[in-house]
Design a protein around this ligand. Structure first.
Ligand code: DNO
Length: 371
């Protein structure tokens, strides 16, 4: 198992690489080129520059005797254009044009040494919460999902709300350029079924997997978050059955999962440990975090420790350790602690401290079960 930590890039993250360097056990920086739009091919030079920033040490490090380095094996995310999910031209781009750009990006990332690409297949937008700074009893804040709020809101109002809560930073998968076309996108999903989505998904995989195999890149789909349909749009990576269906669309080992246990567990019926054990061979990357279910379909995010929430984090890490899991892992959304609630104001869920605590908890369990 290789421990990773998500980083949004210089000038785009309140956390620095030098801070992450001091979190014991972190070997991999999970990165992306966040300015790239879905459907746009990533340039070789910009890929090389970002990898150099992540993996390199400067004269300042040398002078200070700092030698610890990271690898840049995991990219999260390369976003999938809506035309690919819909199987037709949308926002002026045909699905085959969008796929051609995606293939170019895979090839360039593979040549640059990237091993895993995380992505999602959610209609219109990525993860969703109703409050980014929900107060917890200990004075920290965390991401919160209130079902009644989502049920009562239009997607447009929700987007305005999330944009306001994001502290001016772009949320992953919520590129402003894409949201400008929200009405068109929303209409494009009218009448689209889950089966239609699976058909488009298979077409996408058939088109990209040969390149993944050639360049030794593993595609790793992230579950829907939350893991159920929203606003009547078809989400196809939510339940255990969905994960099995998705994996059956292409048998190549280059097609696997980013098993995000927090997202998967947002459906109270989900059994996270069972999913880990069932899909172990196809898990290339995993996000391990905890949430607590509340009455009425709400949930709050909490610290990583099992007893803080509803997700069996101990059982999850035991399952990985017993299988000798060799893929990548990262802690996920942390609470916001200490100066993060006052001066630092990180990206919601992506502060430094609680994720650093999470790393230590996950590695503690791994070490205890592994040796
Ligand atoms: C949320 C993240 C997701 C994830 C994408 C993958 O914090 O886990 O935004 O990166 O869904 O494409």
């Amino acid at each position: 198992m290789k421990m990773g930590f998500r980083w949004y890039g210089e000038g785009n993250d309140t956390v620095t690489l030098d801070e992450i360097r001091q979190v014991p056990g972190v070997e991999t920086i999970v990165w992306s080129l966040h300015h790239k739009q879905a459907g746009e091919a990533w340039g070789e030079d910009e890929i090389a520059a970002q990898i150099a920033t992540i993996t390199g040490l400067t004269a300042h490090h040398e002078a200070a005797g700092i030698t610890k380095t990271f690898d840049a094996d995991v990219v999260e995310s390369v976003n999938v254009h809506e035309s690919i999910k819909l199987g037709r031209t949308v926002l002026g781009l045909s699905r085959d044009e969008a796929i051609a750009s995606y293939v170019t990006t895979i090839e360039r990332l593979g040549r640059a040494g990237v091993k895993v690409i995380c992505y999602n297949f959610m209609p219109v937008f990525d993860w969703l919460r109703t409050d980014m700074w929900h107060p917890l009893p200990d004075g920290s804040t965390a991401l919160f999902y209130e079902k009644a709020v989502v049920d009562a809101l239009t997607p447009e109002a929700l987007i305005a709300d999330m944009a306001a809560g994001s502290g001016g930073l772009t949320l992953p998968g919520w590129e402003p350029e894409r949201l400008e076309h929200f009405a068109e996108l929303s209409a494009a999903y009218d009448g689209v079924t889950h089966d239609d989505m699976y058909r488009s998904y298979r077409y996408f995989l058939d088109a990209i997997i040969p390149t993944c195999e050639e360049f030794d890149v593993k595609m790793a789909v992230h579950p829907d978050d939350p893991a159920f349909d929203l606003f009547g749009w078809p989400r196809v990576v939510s339940t255990k059955q969905d994960l099995a269906t998705v994996l059956s669309l292409h048998e190549s080992p280059s097609h696997g999962l980013t098993l995000c246990l927090g997202s998967f567990s947002s459906n109270p019926e989900a059994d996270a440990v069972d999913a880990v054990r069932t899909f172990m061979d196809r898990i290339h990357f995993t996000h391990v975090r905890n949430i607590r279910h509340l009455p009425g379909g709400d949930f709050t995010e909490v610290g990583h420790r099992a007893s803080e929430g509803s997700v069996d984090i101990v059982g999850i890490m035991k399952a990985y350790a017993e299988a000798g899991y060799a893929g990548y892992v990262r802690p996920d959304h942390g609470r916001h602690l200490w100066d993060e609630n006052t001066t630092r104001r990180p990206r919601p869920g992506y502060g430094l401290y609680d994720r650093a605590l999470g790393v230590q908890y996950l590695l503690g369990l791994w070490d205890a079960y592994r040796y």
